[in-house]
Design a protein around this ligand. Structure first.
Ligand code: NAI
Length: 331
Protein backbone atom coordinates (compact mmCIF):
# COMPACT_ATOMS: atom_id res chain seq x y z
CA UNK A 1 0.00 0.00 0.00
CA UNK A 2 1.49 3.31 -1.09
CA UNK A 3 0.62 6.64 0.58
CA UNK A 4 -0.14 9.49 -1.81
CA UNK A 5 -1.21 13.02 -0.89
CA UNK A 6 -4.38 13.96 -2.80
CA UNK A 7 -5.13 17.68 -3.03
CA UNK A 8 -8.54 18.08 -4.70
CA UNK A 9 -8.12 21.89 -4.93
CA UNK A 10 -11.06 24.15 -5.78
CA UNK A 11 -13.28 25.08 -8.76
CA UNK A 12 -13.46 21.95 -10.95
CA UNK A 13 -10.59 20.46 -8.90
CA UNK A 14 -12.70 18.23 -6.63
CA UNK A 15 -14.73 16.89 -9.61
CA UNK A 16 -11.68 15.90 -11.69
CA UNK A 17 -9.75 14.70 -8.63
CA UNK A 18 -12.60 12.46 -7.48
CA UNK A 19 -12.98 11.04 -11.02
CA UNK A 20 -9.25 10.26 -11.12
CA UNK A 21 -9.24 8.68 -7.69
CA UNK A 22 -12.14 6.41 -8.67
CA UNK A 23 -10.34 5.40 -11.86
CA UNK A 24 -7.04 4.61 -10.14
CA UNK A 25 -8.81 2.69 -7.37
CA UNK A 26 -10.75 0.71 -10.00
CA UNK A 27 -7.46 -0.29 -11.67
CA UNK A 28 -6.57 -2.33 -8.58
CA UNK A 29 -3.50 -0.32 -7.58
CA UNK A 30 -3.53 -0.04 -3.80
CA UNK A 31 -3.18 3.57 -2.77
CA UNK A 32 -3.90 5.06 0.60
CA UNK A 33 -5.09 8.58 -0.33
CA UNK A 34 -4.03 11.18 2.23
CA UNK A 35 -6.59 13.86 1.29
CA UNK A 36 -5.46 17.42 2.02
CA UNK A 37 -7.34 20.64 1.47
CA UNK A 38 -5.71 23.70 -0.06
CA UNK A 39 -7.23 26.74 -1.74
CA UNK A 40 -8.43 30.29 -1.30
CA UNK A 41 -11.57 29.13 0.55
CA UNK A 42 -9.36 28.25 3.54
CA UNK A 43 -8.02 31.77 4.02
CA UNK A 44 -10.82 32.82 6.34
CA UNK A 45 -10.34 29.77 8.55
CA UNK A 46 -6.55 29.37 8.55
CA UNK A 47 -5.26 32.73 7.25
CA UNK A 48 -3.54 30.95 4.35
CA UNK A 49 -4.61 28.99 1.26
CA UNK A 50 -1.82 26.47 1.94
CA UNK A 51 -1.97 25.10 5.51
CA UNK A 52 1.21 23.64 7.00
CA UNK A 53 -0.48 20.21 7.22
CA UNK A 54 -0.51 19.99 3.40
CA UNK A 55 3.24 20.59 3.22
CA UNK A 56 3.85 18.02 5.96
CA UNK A 57 1.73 15.45 4.15
CA UNK A 58 3.65 15.91 0.87
CA UNK A 59 6.96 15.72 2.72
CA UNK A 60 5.84 12.53 4.45
CA UNK A 61 4.50 10.78 1.35
CA UNK A 62 6.93 12.09 -1.29
CA UNK A 63 4.22 12.03 -3.98
CA UNK A 64 1.15 14.18 -4.49
CA UNK A 65 -1.66 14.29 -7.01
CA UNK A 66 -3.05 17.79 -7.12
CA UNK A 67 -6.14 19.38 -8.61
CA UNK A 68 -6.11 23.00 -9.78
CA UNK A 69 -6.25 25.80 -7.23
CA UNK A 70 -7.54 29.32 -7.85
CA UNK A 71 -4.89 31.96 -7.25
CA UNK A 72 -6.38 34.21 -4.55
CA UNK A 73 -6.84 37.79 -5.66
CA UNK A 74 -5.49 40.40 -3.29
CA UNK A 75 -2.20 41.32 -1.78
CA UNK A 76 -0.25 39.09 0.53
CA UNK A 77 -1.38 35.69 -0.81
CA UNK A 78 0.98 33.82 -3.05
CA UNK A 79 -0.12 31.30 -5.63
CA UNK A 80 -0.33 27.89 -3.96
CA UNK A 81 1.07 26.35 -7.12
CA UNK A 82 4.16 28.54 -7.17
CA UNK A 83 4.56 28.16 -3.38
CA UNK A 84 4.63 24.35 -3.67
CA UNK A 85 7.22 24.43 -6.44
CA UNK A 86 9.41 26.73 -4.37
CA UNK A 87 8.93 24.93 -1.05
CA UNK A 88 10.00 21.56 -2.47
CA UNK A 89 12.39 22.85 -5.14
CA UNK A 90 10.38 21.07 -7.85
CA UNK A 91 12.75 22.18 -10.56
CA UNK A 92 11.46 20.15 -13.50
CA UNK A 93 8.03 20.61 -15.03
CA UNK A 94 7.16 17.80 -17.43
CA UNK A 95 4.30 18.06 -19.88
CA UNK A 96 3.83 15.05 -22.15
CA UNK A 97 1.56 15.92 -25.08
CA UNK A 98 0.17 13.31 -27.44
CA UNK A 99 -2.39 13.16 -30.22
CA UNK A 100 -5.31 10.95 -29.25
CA UNK A 101 -7.64 9.38 -31.79
CA UNK A 102 -11.06 10.98 -31.52
CA UNK A 103 -9.80 14.42 -30.52
CA UNK A 104 -10.02 16.57 -33.60
CA UNK A 105 -6.95 18.71 -34.15
CA UNK A 106 -4.80 19.76 -37.09
CA UNK A 107 -2.36 16.91 -36.46
CA UNK A 108 -2.75 13.28 -35.53
CA UNK A 109 0.89 12.35 -35.04
CA UNK A 110 2.19 14.42 -32.12
CA UNK A 111 4.12 12.76 -29.32
CA UNK A 112 6.13 15.42 -27.53
CA UNK A 113 7.47 15.93 -24.04
CA UNK A 114 8.11 19.46 -22.85
CA UNK A 115 10.60 19.75 -19.99
CA UNK A 116 10.46 23.23 -18.50
CA UNK A 117 12.82 24.64 -15.87
CA UNK A 118 10.55 25.60 -12.98
CA UNK A 119 12.50 27.79 -10.56
CA UNK A 120 14.62 30.44 -12.33
CA UNK A 121 14.52 32.87 -15.25
CA UNK A 122 12.19 35.89 -15.14
CA UNK A 123 10.07 33.96 -12.62
CA UNK A 124 12.62 34.73 -9.91
CA UNK A 125 10.23 37.63 -9.23
CA UNK A 126 12.86 40.39 -9.02
CA UNK A 127 11.07 43.35 -10.55
CA UNK A 128 11.12 47.00 -9.69
CA UNK A 129 10.56 50.50 -10.99
CA UNK A 130 13.84 52.28 -11.69
CA UNK A 131 12.33 55.74 -11.37
CA UNK A 132 8.85 56.61 -12.59
CA UNK A 133 9.23 55.61 -16.21
CA UNK A 134 11.42 52.52 -16.31
CA UNK A 135 10.31 49.09 -15.18
CA UNK A 136 12.95 46.40 -14.80
CA UNK A 137 12.80 42.64 -14.34
CA UNK A 138 15.84 40.49 -13.77
CA UNK A 139 16.39 37.23 -15.63
CA UNK A 140 18.41 34.81 -13.55
CA UNK A 141 20.04 31.62 -14.83
CA UNK A 142 22.45 29.67 -12.64
CA UNK A 143 24.90 27.03 -13.76
CA UNK A 144 23.37 24.61 -11.23
CA UNK A 145 19.84 25.35 -12.49
CA UNK A 146 20.79 24.86 -16.15
CA UNK A 147 22.80 21.73 -15.49
CA UNK A 148 20.16 19.95 -13.48
CA UNK A 149 17.29 20.61 -15.93
CA UNK A 150 19.35 19.65 -18.98
CA UNK A 151 20.68 16.50 -17.34
CA UNK A 152 17.13 15.70 -16.23
CA UNK A 153 15.95 15.98 -19.86
CA UNK A 154 18.63 13.58 -21.11
CA UNK A 155 18.03 11.11 -18.29
CA UNK A 156 14.29 11.27 -18.98
CA UNK A 157 14.89 10.70 -22.71
CA UNK A 158 17.06 7.68 -21.98
CA UNK A 159 14.66 6.17 -19.45
CA UNK A 160 11.61 6.69 -21.67
CA UNK A 161 13.45 5.44 -24.78
CA UNK A 162 13.11 8.75 -26.59
CA UNK A 163 15.29 9.51 -29.59
CA UNK A 164 16.06 13.23 -29.50
CA UNK A 165 16.48 16.20 -27.14
CA UNK A 166 16.07 19.74 -28.49
CA UNK A 167 17.37 22.60 -26.31
CA UNK A 168 15.42 25.79 -26.93
CA UNK A 169 16.98 29.23 -26.35
CA UNK A 170 17.58 32.75 -27.65
CA UNK A 171 21.36 32.68 -27.26
CA UNK A 172 21.91 34.79 -30.37
CA UNK A 173 20.51 37.80 -28.45
CA UNK A 174 20.85 36.86 -24.76
CA UNK A 175 24.42 35.67 -24.95
CA UNK A 176 24.95 35.58 -21.21
CA UNK A 177 21.84 33.84 -19.83
CA UNK A 178 20.60 31.81 -22.81
CA UNK A 179 24.22 31.49 -23.95
CA UNK A 180 25.09 29.67 -20.73
CA UNK A 181 22.02 27.42 -21.07
CA UNK A 182 23.06 26.49 -24.62
CA UNK A 183 26.72 25.88 -23.78
CA UNK A 184 25.77 23.62 -20.89
CA UNK A 185 23.29 21.74 -23.11
CA UNK A 186 25.97 21.19 -25.77
CA UNK A 187 28.46 19.99 -23.19
CA UNK A 188 26.06 17.60 -21.38
CA UNK A 189 24.80 16.21 -24.72
CA UNK A 190 28.23 14.64 -25.34
CA UNK A 191 27.65 12.36 -22.34
CA UNK A 192 24.57 10.89 -24.08
CA UNK A 193 25.78 9.64 -27.49
CA UNK A 194 22.72 7.36 -27.71
CA UNK A 195 20.38 10.38 -27.86
CA UNK A 196 20.33 12.80 -30.77
CA UNK A 197 20.80 16.43 -29.74
CA UNK A 198 19.97 19.69 -31.47
CA UNK A 199 19.35 23.26 -30.37
CA UNK A 200 16.82 25.68 -31.73
CA UNK A 201 16.14 29.39 -31.33
CA UNK A 202 12.77 29.93 -29.65
CA UNK A 203 11.13 31.85 -32.50
CA UNK A 204 12.14 29.24 -35.10
CA UNK A 205 10.97 26.54 -32.67
CA UNK A 206 7.47 28.03 -32.49
CA UNK A 207 7.17 28.13 -36.27
CA UNK A 208 8.41 24.57 -36.68
CA UNK A 209 6.14 23.24 -33.94
CA UNK A 210 3.18 24.68 -35.81
CA UNK A 211 4.41 23.36 -39.18
CA UNK A 212 6.03 19.99 -38.40
CA UNK A 213 5.44 19.03 -34.75
CA UNK A 214 6.08 15.36 -35.56
CA UNK A 215 9.80 16.12 -35.97
CA UNK A 216 10.25 16.83 -32.25
CA UNK A 217 10.50 14.53 -29.30
CA UNK A 218 11.82 15.93 -25.97
CA UNK A 219 12.17 19.71 -25.70
CA UNK A 220 14.08 21.27 -22.81
CA UNK A 221 13.45 24.96 -22.14
CA UNK A 222 14.11 27.71 -19.60
CA UNK A 223 11.09 28.72 -17.50
CA UNK A 224 9.42 31.45 -19.60
CA UNK A 225 9.83 29.81 -23.02
CA UNK A 226 8.69 26.54 -21.43
CA UNK A 227 5.54 28.16 -20.11
CA UNK A 228 4.58 29.58 -23.49
CA UNK A 229 5.59 26.62 -25.65
CA UNK A 230 3.79 24.11 -23.45
CA UNK A 231 0.49 25.93 -23.93
CA UNK A 232 1.17 26.18 -27.65
CA UNK A 233 1.70 22.40 -27.75
CA UNK A 234 -1.36 21.76 -25.55
CA UNK A 235 -3.32 23.61 -28.26
CA UNK A 236 -1.84 21.33 -30.92
CA UNK A 237 -3.19 18.18 -29.22
CA UNK A 238 -6.67 19.39 -28.26
CA UNK A 239 -6.40 21.98 -25.51
CA UNK A 240 -6.20 22.25 -21.76
CA UNK A 241 -8.66 19.45 -21.02
CA UNK A 242 -6.14 16.82 -22.19
CA UNK A 243 -2.80 18.27 -21.04
CA UNK A 244 -1.25 16.52 -18.02
CA UNK A 245 1.75 17.70 -16.04
CA UNK A 246 4.23 16.82 -13.33
CA UNK A 247 6.56 18.86 -11.14
CA UNK A 248 9.59 16.86 -10.13
CA UNK A 249 12.22 17.61 -7.48
CA UNK A 250 15.13 15.62 -6.12
CA UNK A 251 13.11 13.18 -4.02
CA UNK A 252 9.57 14.46 -4.38
CA UNK A 253 6.95 14.86 -7.12
CA UNK A 254 3.64 16.69 -7.52
CA UNK A 255 1.46 15.61 -10.47
CA UNK A 256 -1.20 18.03 -11.72
CA UNK A 257 -3.09 18.97 -14.88
CA UNK A 258 -1.98 22.05 -16.81
CA UNK A 259 -5.41 23.67 -16.64
CA UNK A 260 -6.69 25.93 -13.87
CA UNK A 261 -9.76 25.74 -11.65
CA UNK A 262 -12.17 26.77 -14.45
CA UNK A 263 -14.65 28.61 -12.18
CA UNK A 264 -16.96 29.12 -15.18
CA UNK A 265 -17.87 25.42 -15.26
CA UNK A 266 -17.26 24.38 -11.64
CA UNK A 267 -19.92 22.21 -9.98
CA UNK A 268 -21.73 21.44 -13.26
CA UNK A 269 -20.40 17.92 -13.88
CA UNK A 270 -19.10 19.07 -17.29
CA UNK A 271 -15.36 19.32 -16.59
CA UNK A 272 -13.11 17.07 -18.63
CA UNK A 273 -11.09 14.95 -16.19
CA UNK A 274 -8.69 13.60 -18.88
CA UNK A 275 -5.78 15.92 -18.01
CA UNK A 276 -6.02 15.02 -14.33
CA UNK A 277 -6.37 11.30 -15.17
CA UNK A 278 -3.33 11.41 -17.45
CA UNK A 279 -1.43 13.19 -14.65
CA UNK A 280 -2.44 10.20 -12.51
CA UNK A 281 -1.14 7.84 -15.22
CA UNK A 282 2.25 9.57 -15.05
CA UNK A 283 2.16 9.37 -11.27
CA UNK A 284 1.58 5.61 -11.44
CA UNK A 285 4.56 5.26 -13.80
CA UNK A 286 6.67 7.27 -11.34
CA UNK A 287 5.55 4.86 -8.61
CA UNK A 288 6.55 1.88 -10.74
CA UNK A 289 2.93 0.84 -11.46
CA UNK A 290 3.54 0.76 -15.19
CA UNK A 291 1.09 -1.98 -16.07
CA UNK A 292 -1.87 -0.25 -14.35
CA UNK A 293 -0.79 3.07 -15.89
CA UNK A 294 -0.83 1.56 -19.38
CA UNK A 295 -4.22 -0.09 -18.83
CA UNK A 296 -5.73 3.19 -17.65
CA UNK A 297 -4.27 5.13 -20.57
CA UNK A 298 -5.62 2.57 -23.05
CA UNK A 299 -9.10 2.78 -21.49
CA UNK A 300 -9.01 6.59 -21.71
CA UNK A 301 -7.95 6.37 -25.37
CA UNK A 302 -10.76 3.95 -26.11
CA UNK A 303 -13.42 6.30 -24.71
CA UNK A 304 -11.89 9.36 -26.38
CA UNK A 305 -12.14 7.56 -29.71
CA UNK A 306 -15.88 7.00 -29.26
CA UNK A 307 -17.93 9.88 -30.65
CA UNK A 308 -20.38 11.00 -27.99
CA UNK A 309 -18.77 9.48 -24.91
CA UNK A 310 -16.38 12.44 -24.64
CA UNK A 311 -16.97 15.54 -22.54
CA UNK A 312 -18.43 18.66 -24.14
CA UNK A 313 -15.14 20.56 -24.55
CA UNK A 314 -14.10 17.75 -26.94
CA UNK A 315 -17.37 17.71 -28.87
CA UNK A 316 -19.10 14.88 -26.98
CA UNK A 317 -22.09 15.07 -24.65
CA UNK A 318 -20.99 13.12 -21.55
CA UNK A 319 -20.71 14.63 -18.10
CA UNK A 320 -17.63 14.13 -15.92
CA UNK A 321 -19.25 11.18 -14.12
CA UNK A 322 -20.52 9.35 -17.23
CA UNK A 323 -17.18 9.81 -18.97
CA UNK A 324 -15.39 8.34 -15.94
CA UNK A 325 -17.86 5.41 -15.64
CA UNK A 326 -17.27 4.58 -19.30
CA UNK A 327 -13.47 4.55 -18.87
CA UNK A 328 -13.75 2.35 -15.79
CA UNK A 329 -15.92 -0.09 -17.77
CA UNK A 330 -12.98 -0.68 -20.15
CA UNK A 331 -10.35 -1.35 -17.50
P1 NAI B 1 -8.50 27.67 -16.66
O1 NAI B 1 -7.54 26.65 -17.16
O2 NAI B 1 -9.11 27.41 -15.33
O3 NAI B 1 -9.70 27.84 -17.71
C1 NAI B 1 -9.51 28.32 -19.06
C2 NAI B 1 -10.69 27.85 -19.94
O4 NAI B 1 -10.55 26.45 -20.19
C3 NAI B 1 -12.06 28.03 -19.26
O5 NAI B 1 -13.01 28.37 -20.24
C4 NAI B 1 -12.38 26.65 -18.71
O6 NAI B 1 -13.77 26.37 -18.62
C5 NAI B 1 -11.68 25.73 -19.71
N1 NAI B 1 -11.19 24.51 -19.05
C6 NAI B 1 -10.09 24.41 -18.25
N2 NAI B 1 -9.97 23.17 -17.81
C7 NAI B 1 -11.00 22.46 -18.31
C8 NAI B 1 -11.41 21.09 -18.21
N3 NAI B 1 -10.73 20.19 -17.47
N4 NAI B 1 -12.53 20.71 -18.86
C9 NAI B 1 -13.23 21.57 -19.61
N5 NAI B 1 -12.88 22.88 -19.76
C10 NAI B 1 -11.77 23.31 -19.13
O7 NAI B 1 -7.74 29.06 -16.67
P2 NAI B 1 -8.14 30.45 -15.97
O8 NAI B 1 -9.62 30.69 -16.12
O9 NAI B 1 -7.18 31.43 -16.52
O10 NAI B 1 -7.80 30.27 -14.43
C11 NAI B 1 -8.74 30.05 -13.38
C12 NAI B 1 -7.99 29.99 -12.08
O11 NAI B 1 -7.13 28.84 -12.05
C13 NAI B 1 -7.09 31.20 -11.80
O12 NAI B 1 -7.21 31.57 -10.45
C14 NAI B 1 -5.69 30.68 -12.08
O13 NAI B 1 -4.73 31.36 -11.35
C15 NAI B 1 -5.82 29.25 -11.62
N6 NAI B 1 -4.85 28.34 -12.24
C16 NAI B 1 -4.38 27.32 -11.46
C17 NAI B 1 -3.50 26.41 -11.99
C18 NAI B 1 -3.06 25.30 -11.11
O14 NAI B 1 -3.64 25.05 -10.08
N7 NAI B 1 -2.00 24.59 -11.47
C19 NAI B 1 -3.02 26.49 -13.38
C20 NAI B 1 -3.62 27.55 -14.13
C21 NAI B 1 -4.49 28.45 -13.56
Amino acid sequence: MRNVTLIPGDGIGPEVAYATRRLIDASGVEINWDVQEAGGYLIEKYGTPLPQSVLESIKRNGVALKGPITTPVGEGFRSVNVALRKEFDLFANIRPLKSYKGIETRYDNIDLVIIRENTEDLYAGIEYMAGDDVAQSIKIFTRKGCERIIRFAFEYARKEKRRKVTAVHKANIMKCTDGMFLNIARSISTEYPDIEFEDMIIDAMCMRLVQTPENYDVLVLPNLYGDIVSDLCAGLVGGLGVAPGANIGKDLAVFEPVHGSAPDIAGKNTANPTAMMLSGVHMLKYLGETSAANRIEKAIMKVLSEGNAKTRDLGGNAGTTEFTDRIISFL
